[in-house]
Write a protein that binds this ligand. Structure first.
Ligand code: PMV
Length: 324
């Protein structure tokens, strides 16, 4: 039986990061995280079952090797859930530069989870989709939801899922300084494993991030933008500090990343409240309030970085074409 569906998901940027797993097969993280789903970056994926093998085309190019295997292993999970045995064709389009620390795997696996299950005739709840997407890429568990999302680390497959986090009117926006949209040298998966296995700062990261997470939930509930921003920035810096302590050291930073971080401090000193966060790549994401987007984006643009994208909170995953 063939079935075809298309789904769209948006990427998310963590304000409290996920960095390290306690179970790599199931992608159970060491710590809980909080993110903002962005409207600017999205992935649209069509899955059609009934192929003679699994095939993946991303932005017009057929995938092979490790990235294709990763999709195939994920489709195995959907085959197990649905009792199907046939293969699938996957065609995906990203407006996110792939693997550049702009969360392409988050939108990618969220869209794939929704499209593959819908095409297989399954009807999963948002929580079930989050649990499934997590096994493709941890951060994808959060892209099932729009706006702010919280991913509870949990202790097993069923208790590690994301859900929406009520935004009491923080009026958030994000300006992304694209420092380098090229593919990163080391994947987040490998880098987090290296950090957990070799960095003497890893345990400190885990314990401090747990404190940050609790603080972030309080700050969001109180609608305290200053506290949200301060926690997001220091949490990101501590994540990068834990990576720098690895053997060999992991650093995603480039000279323009440092210039952006300095600019954010200068903007704050001059009275524009904004805060920086960075992921597994050199790009700097600046969290601000919606009324400040234009001035923050102009300031970042004046640095002459490779690109500037502004984004408001985006929606959760949705199926745009389902089997009739
Ligand atoms: O979902 P993954 O395996 O690509 O890991 C994401 C890691 C960070 O983006 C650095 C942090 C996060 O919480 O999104």
């Amino acid at each position: 039986m063939s079935g075809r569906s298309t789904a769209v998901a948006h990427s998310n940027i963590a304000l409290i990061k996920y960095w390290g797993k306690v179970d790599s097969r199931l992608a159970i993280p060491a710590t809980s995280s909080v993110s903002l789903t962005l409207d600017a970056y999205r992935t649209e994926t069509t899955v059609e079952w009934g192929n003679d093998r699994d095939s993946v085309v991303l932005d017009g190019d057929p995938l092979s090797g490790v990235p294709a295997d990763r999709v195939s292993r994920f489709l195995d999970l959907v085959r197990d859930l649905s009792g199907r045995s046939e293969y699938a064709s996957v065609v995906s389009r990203n407006t996110v530069p792939t693997a550049a620390g702009l969360a392409s795997s988050a939108s990618g696996f969220a869209a794939l989870a929704a499209a593959a299950t819908s095409a297989a005739g399954l009807s999963l709840s948002p929580r079930e989709l989050s649990i499934l997407a997590r096994k493709g890429s941890g951060s994808a568990s959060r892209s099932i939801f729009g706006g702010l999302a919280v991913w509870y680390a949990g202790t097993d497959d069923a208790s590690s899922y994301a859900e929406p986090l009520h935004d009491p009117g923080l009026d958030l926006a994000m300006v992304v300084a694209v420092v380098n949209a090229g593919t990163k040298e080391i994947s987040s998966r490998d880098a987090m494993r290296l950090t957990a296995d070799t960095s003497p700062y890893y345990d400190a990261w885990v314990s401090s991030s747990r404190v940050d997470f609790a603080g972030m939930l309080e700050a969001v509930a109180a609608g305290d933008f200053t506290r949200v921003g301060e926690l997001a920035e220091s949490n990101a810096m501590r994540m990068h500090a834990s990576m720098l302590g690895s053997t060999p050291p992991v650093s995603y930073w480039e000279p323009d990343s440092v210039r952006c971080l300095r600019l954010v401090r200068e903007l704050r000193a001059a009275g524009t409240e904004c805060y920086a966060t960075m992921d597994a790549g050199p790009n700097v994401k600046v969290l601000c309030r919606r009324p400040d987007v234009a001035s923050v984006s102009a300031a970042v643009g004046s640095l002459g970085v490779a690109g500037v994208t502004t984004s408001l909170p985006g929606p959760g995953v949705r199926v745009t074409e389902a089997p009739r």
